[in-house]
Design a protein around this ligand. Structure first.
Ligand SMILES: Cc1cc2nc3c(=O)[nH]c(=O)nc-3n(C[C@H](O)[C@H](O)[C@H](O)COP(=O)(O)OP(=O)(O)OC[C@H]3O[C@@H](n4cnc5c(N)ncnc54)[C@H](O)[C@@H]3O)c2cc1C
Length: 355
């Protein structure tokens, strides 16, 4: 038997399972999935988990079951490509024939002193739960500093402000306008929503240091009861520590077939893989679909295409609390209730299709 090992049951890992398991897994191949969490987590909803507006159960999806799928609950601590083994904390190593790395990302602190120690995070389920606990234990009038007004910072700030009007939320962003990657009309719509909902936006900010319950913006101290960091991500530490070329976010450079240039048996998907596109769940799934194509062709002894067609991304949608939203779909900016309804519909469909 050959063993296909998948590290990480996130959006990329889950897509591989769902594509292979029903009827595309050859009789002589087994799959071992390794994750530190015993279920698939809906990371795109962590802003709501941290704000306390959805329950923990709502972000969990059971892994599929199959006679040739072995789900190992554990912490990956290293990959030994020479011996084709995965090292786990307090458990026997796992041997692979083919490996897919989909371990997601971590916060990137850009060398800001104290940021890793004194800020909370929504980049993993464990950290989002901790953030939920500190945010929801705050008394009225408490100050929450959110550093970074990209998609996740905006979603967290709006969700929290809608459900806790008593909090004083400050959203710090480097740019002249928040959501700088989006068209200006859309940024302004979101900024107006924040003005109406008493979230203070601090543009052109530069956080130079963080201490316990205090951050420094251009060296000016600002006291906060809780500080949440949403100002950047990088590839998971395991991927960053692997040999091989990486981009500025520590994501591994891959070939057209999504494997390491030096090892055709090690594939990378999702936030660990370098790509011209911004990391997203959609991208992770698109890469996973193409990895499955490569594996199926290899298993069938068929030639591989030189390259795959570009991965089609449908757009990006963000929420502003439970009723309003914003986003880009087919290059068009959309805002308001419709954007929010489409976002909820996509989540519903995802949950429906994943069991
Ligand atoms: C608040 C927020 C909102 C977002 N909204 C959107 C959106 O609307 N649309 C969109 O497309 N994208 C969105 N994203 C981005 C999206 O969530 C990620 O790009 C996506 O999750 C990446 O998928 P992945 O498969 O690479 O990794 P993940 O889904 O992060 O999965 C990684 C898995 O690896 C496991 N793992 C990590 N390290 C270890 C280890 N050492 N040992 C064992 N297991 C480990 C984790 O438990 C996890 O299950 C959002 C992200 C956030 C934070």
């Amino acid at each position: 038997m050959k063993n296909l090992v998948i590290l990480g049951g996130g959006y990329g890992g889950m897509k591989i399972l769902n594509e292979l398991l029903p009827n595309h897994l050859p009789e002589d191949v087994t799959i071992t999935l390794v994750d530190r969490v015993p279920y698939h987590c809906l990371k795109t909803e962590y802003y709501a988990l941290a704000a306390g507006t959805i329950s923990d159960k709502e972000v969990r999806v059971a892994f599929p079951e199959h006679p040739r799928l072995d789900v190992k609950y554990g912490e990956v601590i290293g990959i030994d490509r020479t011996n084709r083994t995965i090292n786990l904390k307090n458990a026997q190593p796992i041997v692979y024939d083919d490996l897919i790395i989909g371990l997601g990302c971590e916060d990137k602190y850009h060398g800001v002193p104290g940021a890793d120690q004194f800020t909370y995070s929504i980049q993993s389920i464990e950290k989002a739960r901790l953030t939920y606990s500190v945010l929801n234990n705050l008394g009225p009038g408490s100050v929450v500093g959110i550093v970074g007004a990209g998609l996740s910072g905006v979603e967290l700030a709006s969700e929290l402000s809608e459900s806790r009007e008593d909090l004083n939320i400050k959203l710090f962003d480097r740019g002249k306008h928040i959501l700088s990657a989006f068209p200006e009309r859309l940024s302004k719509y979101v900024e107006n929503w924040f003005v109406r909902n008493n979230v203070e936006i601090i543009n052109n900010s530069n956080i130079t240091k963080v201490e316990e319950k205090r951050l420094y913006n251009h060296d000016e101290p600002i006291d906060c009861d809780v500080i949440v960091w949403t100002a950047g991500i990088q590839a998971n530490k395991i991927a960053r520590e692997m040999d091989g070329e990486k981009d500025r976010s520590g994501r591994l450079i891959v070939t057209n077939h999504h494997h390491l240039p030096a090892d055709e048996h090690v594939f990378i998907v999702g936030d660990c893989a370098s790509s011209p596109h911004a990391p997203s769940a959609q991208l992770a799934e698109g890469q996973a679909e193409q990895v499955v194509e490569v594996l199926k062709k290899r298993w069938n002894g068929e030639p591989l295409p030189e390259s795959f067609p570009p991965i089609k991304l449908k757009g990006i949608l963000g929420s502003l609390g439970k009723k309003q939203g914003f986003g880009m779909m087919a290059d068009h900016a959309i805002t308001g209730r419709v954007a929010r309804l489409i976002k909820s519909g996509i989540l519903w469909m995802y949950k429906f299709h994943n069991g």
